[in-house]
Design a protein around this ligand. Structure first.
Ligand code: GLN
Length: 456
C-alpha cells in the first residue's frame, strides 16, 4: 500500500505553486539567476523517516539557515556564557542586514541577524584562529548533521564576496565595539563561506529534525548537540528566526524556524520533526513567498503549532501476526493469517506516522509486485488513550486504503477512532470490544489461535 504522507506533501506543494509574488534575492548575482520554478518540501521525523517531494535533490546555498547551527557550535566551542557576552537574544524587528547594536551592551541583538551571525562565526574554534580553520570546522559540523559531506559553493562565495560592503561594514562595526577579536574582513569572509555551503531540502529536514529530537541525530542516533544548546537555539529561532516577521510567524505557524535568502526555510518542531521547504522568490523581508505559504499550510493542516499542546504523552505501536484456524467461517483445516496493530498512549502525528510505517512494513508487495495481504487486519485501540485530530485523520486514511480489498476489524471499546457516520468505509469496517470478538468476526465461532509471531 502507498503511504498517504507523500501524497499530502505533493498537495502542499501544488497549492503554493500558483503564488507568483516576490523575486529571487538580487544582491548576489548567482542567487538572482536562480530558477524561480524550483520548489521542494521535506519532512523528517525524530525517528529518522524522511519524506520529500518536488525538487528535493536540487542544491542551493544554505545562507542564513546556517546561523542556528553555527550558533550551537559556538556554544559548544566557547560555552553559553561567553557567547552571550558577544551576542544577545532579543528580537530586533530590523531587517537582517541592518548595522545595529544593542544599546548599553554593544552586542548585536541576536545571532539570527547578520551582525550577530558574524560575531557568532568569529567565536568558532579559537577566537584568534584562521578563516580556513573556522570554515572547515563549520563544514564538518554541518555535514555531520546532514549525514553526508557538504561543500562550499565557490561561485556563490565569490559572488557574495565581491559585493560585501554592507557585511564588511558590519564586521568593522563589531570590531570597533570589541565584539570580535579577529580581523573584521576575515570574520566576514568566513561568514560568507558558511552561507555558501550547498544543501538540499532533505539535508535541511534531517538537520532540523536533529534540533527537534533534542540534539540526537534522527538517523544515526548520535548525540550531536547538547540538549541545553538545542533549547537555546530553538528559543532564538522562535523569536528571531524569521527576521522582522518573526512575531507574525510564531503566531501563525508556531514552529521555531529559520529562513535564508536563497529561498529555503527550516522548521524544527520539538519532539516531533524537522521540516524544510525551498522556493527562490522572496518577500520584502527576505523570506521565501511560497515557502512561507507551504509552512503555514503544513502547520495548519497537521496541527504543528507548538502552542497547541492538546496532549501530553507518548504513543507506541506493536504489531504481530496471528495464525488462526478452526472457525465456522473457515473451511476445515484451513489456516489464515491476521495482522494485528496495537496503538498505545496519547497519539499525535508522530504516533500515527509510526503506525502508518508499521502497516507499510507488514503489508508490502511481494517480488512480483503483488501486495501479500493477510486475510484480515485488526487494529487494537484498547490501550489508546487518545487520538488528536491529525492522528485520527491519518489512521482513517490508512483504514480507507486497506479496507478497499482487506477485511478490517477495529477493537475500540472506548470509541477513540470515531469513524464518521457518513464515512464510505463505515459499513464494511467491523468495530468490536475485544480480541476474542475480533477473531470470531474474522474466522467464525470456534476459531482458535494456532500461533503468534511478534513482528517488532
Ligand atoms: N549571506 C547572506 C547575507 O549575509 C545571508 C542572509 C540571509 O540568508 N538572509 O546577506
Amino acid at each position: 500500500m502507498k503511504s498517504p504522507i507523500p501524497d499530502y506533501l505533493r498537495n502542499v506543494l501544488e497549492k503554493a505553486r500558483p503564488l507568483e509574488g516576490g523575486e529571487p534575492a538580487n544582491y548576489i548575482d548567482v542567487l538572482a539567476d536562480a530558477d524561480p520554478s524550483r520548489m521542494a518540501v521535506s519532512l523528517c521525523t525524530v525517528d529518522g523517516s524522511v519524506y520529500s517531494v518536488g525538487d528535493d535533490e536540487v542544491e542551493f546555498s544554505i545562507q542564513s539557515i546556517s546561523k542556528p547551527f553555527v550558533y550551537a557550535l559556538a556554544i559548544q566551542d566557547q560555552g553559553l556564557e561567553a557567547v552571550l557576552e558577544k551576542v544577545g537574544v532579543e528580537p530586533s524587528g530590523d531587517a537582517f542586514n541592518r548595522l545595529s547594536l544593542e544599546a548599553g551592551t554593544n552586542r548585536p541583538m541576536n545571532p539570527m541577524i547578520n551582525a550577530g551571525a558574524v560575531a557568532t562565526h568569529a567565536l568558532i574554534a579559537s577566537p584568534n584562529g584562521s578563516v580556513e580553520k573556522r570554515v572547515d570546522r563549520i563544514v564538518q559540523a554541518l555535514s555531520r548533521l546532514a549525514g553526508r559531506q557538504l561543500h562550499v559553493d565557490q561561485e556563490v562565495y565569490e559572488a557574495e564576496l565581491k559585493d560585501a560592503n554592507r557585511n564588511m561594514g558590519i564586521g568593522y562595526m563589531l570590531k570597533a565595539a570589541g565584539m570580535i577579536a579577529c580581523d573584521p574582513q576575515d570574520a566576514v569572509r568566513g561568514y560568507i563561506a558558511q552561507c555558501s555551503i550547498n544543501v538540499n531540502v532533505r539535508d535541511l529536514a534531517v538537520m532540523a529534525a536533529t534540533l527537534g529530537n533534542a540534539g540526537i541525530h534522527p538517523v544515526s542516533g548520535e548525540r550531536i548537540i547538547p540538549q541545553e544548546s538545542v533549547r537555546q537555539v530553538l528559543s532564538v529561532m522562535a523569536t528571531c528566526g524569521m527576521y522582522n516577521s518573526s512575531g507574525e510567524w510564531i503566531s501563525n505557524v508556531g514552529i521555531p524556524a529559520k529562513s535564508g535568502v536563497s529561498g529555503g526555510i527550516i522548521g524544527a518542531l520539538p519532539g516531533q520533526l524537522g521540516l524544510a521547504v525551498f522556493s527562490p522568490r522572496l518577500d520584502e523581508r527576505g523570506n521565501s513567498v511560497r515557502g512561507v505559504a507551504m509552512c503555514k499550510k503544513l502547520s495548519h493542516d497537521m496541527g504543528f503549532h507548538m502552542m497547541d499542546m492538546s496532549q501530553i504523552g507518548r504513543a507506541s505501536v506493536r504489531s504481530w501476526t496471528t495464525t488462526i484456524a478452526g472457525g465456522s467461517k473457515m473451511p476445515h483445516a484451513c489456516e489464515e493469517q491476521v495482522a494485528v496493530f496495537e496503538l498505545r498512549g496519547a497519539v499525535r502525528f508522530a504516533g500515527a506516522e509510526r503506525l502508518t510505517r508499521a502497516i507499510m512494513r507488514e503489508i508490502r508487495p511481494d517480488e512480483k509486485g503483488r501486495e501479500g495481504r493477510p486475510c484480515a487486519v485488526i487494529f487494537s485501540f484498547r490501550h489508546t488513550y487518545s487520538l488528536n485530530d491529525v492522528a485520527r485523520r491519518l489512521i482513517h486514511e490508512n483504514i480507507h486504503r486497506l479496507a478497499v480489498d482487506t477485511n478490517v476489524v477495529v477493537i475500540d471499546p472506548a470509541g477513540v477512532l470515531k469513524l464518521p457516520e457518513d464515512d464510505p468505509m463505515k459499513p464494511i469496517v467491523a468495530v468490536v470490544q475485544n480480541e476474542a470478538e475480533a477473531r470470531d468476526y474474522v474466522g467464525g465461532i470456534g476459531c482458535k489461535i494456532v500461533s503468534t509471531a511478534d513482528d517488532i
